[in-house]
Design a protein around this ligand. Structure first.
Ligand SMILES: [Zn+2]
Length: 370
């Protein structure tokens, strides 16, 4: 069976669920048919005309970008403007466009984790807590002899995680009753006759994001024609998502040295540093792109410095006055790390389908250094 656009989207949204996107963001499929066949995906940071042309040249069926082409409501699609030009190139060449923006910033293993990995920041936590995923309890009634298979399928699909333990479940034996009616094909019992069956009440916990997959997996192995199961809401937080990260460097260094370290790790031509050059830096906050709105959170959480992009003049003055330190490695410089990470993720997840995944090679950094 050929791979469709929606199959690739499903995999991306496993990593970066759309519900993680901040209010007002516009993520998801922006151009194209979700049922379109996809053989080649190209991953890029931005959907600019040069990237659309590259996607055409390299024969991509789906372009996946971090920044959405349609971010604010478009007032027109004039082909002589950059937005309309890009959309026209993609539509004419039947290339679908998908954007994972702030949902990918907040995702575990997304932009900010990729940035921490490149910068060697360990023991990290979320800088600005956003969405808390809760657990649900799923209870299913299983005939004797099928409990292991059902548990296995559910746990493989994401059920049963408590802390660092997996396959957490409980099974209690009991008697189930049912009377198969006309037109049924019961696994146990006969039509029109009350049946008493030896069953197990199998219960486990499921993060709400995995509920659909777990129920599908459970139904696929359960032998009954009609499966009795319940889903109970729990008020137990499972996982916290949010913007930015805060963690520690292996070794403390002075701000001047740290600036050179960031420049080298991110392979950018320069960084701008604000703060006392001799300040000792060990605890570091990061936020890819424009994370200047999180400087106060970084200070409140005891960071020695923050790495982000798009720091303005007046913000820099405030940072200096407060005794904090910021390394501005640029919006592009702090976000480009996600392109290889996302391409590798899609490739690994869909390797078995023969999908080709490539990274954009076009230099889209808009600034030149003189
Ligand atoms: Zn950005």
């Amino acid at each position: 069976m050929s791979l469709r656009c929606r199959d690739v989207i499903e995999v991306i949204e496993e990593l970066a669920p759309k519900k993680l996107a901040i209010d007002g963001d516009n993520v998801g499929l922006q151009i194209g048919d979700p049922d379109k066949e996809v053989r080649k995906v190209m991953v890029a940071l931005d959907a600019v005309p040069a990237v659309a042309q590259e996607a055409i040249k390299r024969g991509a069926d789906l372009l996946v970008t971090h920044h959405p082409l349609f971010y604010r409501p478009a007032k027109n699609l004039r082909y002589d403007g950059p937005l309309g030009h890009t959309a026209n190139l993609l539509i004419k060449n039947d290339i679908a466009l998908y954007a994972a923006h702030t949902n990918l910033d907040c995702a575990i293993g997304g932009v900010n984790d990729a940035l921490c990995d490149v910068l060697g920041i360990k023991d990290r936590q979320i800088l600005d807590q956003g969405y808390t995923e809760k657990l649900k309890k799923v209870v299913v009634f299983v005939p004797k002899g099928y409990v292991d298979a059902v548990r296995e399928a559910m746990c493989k699909a994401g059920a049963g995680h408590i802390g660092n333990y997996s396959y957490c479940s409980f099974a209690a034996e009991g008697v189930g009753t049912f009377k198969p009616l006309e037109g049924t094909h019961p696994f146990i019992g006969e039509v029109g006759k009350l049946e008493k069956a030896e069953e197990y009440r199998l219960e486990t916990v499921v993060p709400e994001g995995s509920l659909k997959n777990v129920i599908e997996a459970m139904l696929s192995v359960h032998p009954y024609e009609e499966v009795a199961y319940d889903v109970y809401p729990e008020d137990i937080p499972y996982r916290v998502y949010g913007m930015g990260r805060i963690g520690e460097l292996d070794c403390a260094m002075e701000l001047g040295e740290f600036a050179c370290y960031v420049k080298s790790r991110l392979s950018v031509p320069f960084v701008r540093a604000v703060g006392d050059k001799s300040k000792r830096i060990k605890k570091v906050a990061v936020c890819g792109g424009n994370g200047t709105g999180l400087i106060s959170s970084a200070i409140a959480k005891g960071a020695d410095a923050m790495v982000t992009g798009d720091l303005g003049y007046h913000q820099a003055q405030d940072v200096l006055s407060s005794g904090f330190a910021v390394i501005d490695a640029g919006h592009y410089g702090t976000e480009k790390v996600i392109v290889p990470r996302l391409a590798d993720y899609i490739k690994e997840k869909l390797h078995h389908t023969g999908l080709e995944v490539v990274q954009s090679q076009v230099d889209i950094q808009p600034f030149s250094i003189f």
